[in-house]
Design a protein around this ligand. Structure first.
Ligand SMILES: *Cc1c(COP(=O)(O)O)cnc(C)c1O
Length: 473
């Protein structure tokens, strides 16, 4: 085989192969383990030298399908409770295929009016879904990490301008360190964003009043009063160990009083806004200067999907735009050009899977899914409380349940739970990861996958107890 031009006619058949494999694969997710026995051995099939003469379209594609359906982590299924991941709704998955089919580049209007307009529409729908003011600027990103980077770039521009510096043009040299304050709940991705921005990941000052990391508002207030010049406050909507929230409204109050920028990391927690039962957790969100969330977590859209919203819409353009390249659209362009509002230049039509899923299920469908997850998390919390060998370590507030295994007479519960976590992943029937919460090694399953049912969380409990009792026998 040689030049792909000779394989033009194979495209339809190659896509048929994928489509034919898709239905049985997706069906199998309901019952199969998260990780197949022998999955790791299949990884060897990926290797070998670069082919001199390719296998041809159909052979190459069949090979990848065969290996992939065996070796992949079946994290799109209902029993992957590790991290906070989600799956892909039927419409989102199909929308993602359409994004590949059309292969659009909505970096600028000239390259794809369709992809650009779809992005503008879904950003509007998402603001509406979360109760954010329509006037906020926004952009789709690859993840919550890149959304944090995007929003904090806008914050950095704002902060440097207050010091009389155009950081986009002149950089950080000569500026003092940018003060960034948060609670103990601040996520590693915010720190990564700061490190990428040249602000340093260890410059975040955390004001916590207990070992869980809950914010110490009076201490934050004092620090803001003692700071010269403007500061940035990061509020965390949904902390990954327990799903707890910083008090956004009260932090907004402090930000307004001290002239600080309020950034909210709501990678999964922003979805509390969808349910009247949880909405209070994000009260004050509409007072934030920037807010970010993920599409590939609770929205159940395929990777890579995140979004950033900024109150002063012009700031995204100031932080990312104005390149002065003669072949690109200039300042006089009336159309939105998303390459000037975020870190990516050429970019995938990330709006399409979001458009498809929101069109398919609407506000009501997502409310129902989020509330089903709240019920499942509460159910899991009750099962943990009822089990004599399990200990709930924090109240269930949203979609994360933090607990550990225990047995009378066992002193080193951290070592036991570390082993239990490793055995759980090796077993593969359900996935959940360990963390350290208030000095205790614990499991912290998160429930955000649209497929997850009561039977799945009940299976998690029974497998954890089965492995725990085996380890302590
Ligand atoms: C997952 C998560 C992130 C990072 O999200 P990615 O999409 O993996 O980059 C940031 N903040 C919080 C609170 C998260 O849960």
């Amino acid at each position: 085989m040689a030049d792909p031009i000779h394989e033009r006619d194979a495209t339809g058949k190659a896509l048929d192969l994928v489509a034919e494999a898709a239905a049985p694969y997706l069906e199998s997710l309901t019952t199969r383990p998260v990780s197949d026995p022998g999955a790791e051995e299949s990884l060897g099939e990926l290797g070998g030298p670069l082919p001199e003469h390719g296998d041809g379209t159909l052979a190459g594609v069949s090979r990848l399908l065969r290996t992939g359906t065996r070796a992949a982590t079946h994290s799109a299924g209902p029993r992957f409770f590790h991290f906070v991941v989600g799956g892909a709704t039927p419409a989102a998955l199909a929308g993602d295929w359409i994004a590949s089919l059309l292969d659009q580049n909505p970096g600028n209007w000239a390259a794809s009016p369709f992809g650009t307009q779809a992005e503008t529409v879904v950003l509007g729908w998402l603001k509406d879904l979360f109760g954010l003011p329509e006037s906020y600027g926004g952009v789709l990103t690859t993840s919550a990490t890149s959304a944090n980077f995007t929003a904090l770039s806008a914050a950095r521009f704002w902060w440097a301008e207050r010091h009389g510096v155009d950081v986009t043009v002149d950089g950080l040299a000569g500026l003092p360190p940018m003060p960034v304050f948060s609670s103990g709940y601040v996520h590693v991705s915010t720190r990564k964003a700061l490190q990428m921005l040249g602000l340093g990941r260890d410059t975040v000052r955390r004001f916590a009043r207990d070992d869980a990391g809950r914010v110490d508002l009076p201490a934050l207030d004092r620090a803001l009063a003692e700071t010269d010049g403007p500061a940035v406050i990061v509020a965390n909507a949904g902390e990954v160990n327990t799903g707890d929230f910083d008090p956004i409204d009260e932090m907004a109050e402090l930000a307004e009083r001290h002239g600080a920028w309020l950034h909210v990391d709501g990678a999964f927690g922003l979805f509390a806004a969808l349910s009247s039962r949880a909405r209070h957790l994000v009260d004050g969100i509409e007072r934030a200067d920037s807010v970010i969330s993920d599409g590939h977590k609770w929205l159940n859209v395929p990777y890579e999907s995140g979004f950033a919203f900024v109150r002063d819409a012009a700031l995204l353009g100031r932080a990312f735009g104005a390149w002065d390249a003669p072949y690109l659209p200039g300042d006089g362009d009336d159309h939105v050009n998303y390459q000037f509002l975020g870190p990516d230049s050429s970019r995938r039509a990330r709006a399409l899977p979001i458009w498809a899923t929101l069109r398919a299920y609407g506000r009501e469908g997502y409310r129902a899914m989020v509330e089903r997850h709240l019920d499942l998390a509460a159910h899991l919390g009750r099962l943990v409380e009822e089990a004599p060998d399990l200990e709930l370590l924090a109240p269930v507030r949203l979609c994360v349940v933090c607990f550990r295994y225990r047995r009378p007479g066992i002193e080193d519960l951290d070592a036991l739970n570390t082993r239990l976590g490793a055995e759980l992943l090796a077993d593969g029937r359900v996935f959940a990861g360990t963390t350290v919460y208030r000095g205790m090694t614990a499991l912290r399953p998160a429930i955000v996958n649209w497929r997850t049912t009561e039977a799945d969380v009940e299976l998690l409990v029974s497998i954890v107890r089965e492995i725990g009792s085996r380890l302590t026998a």
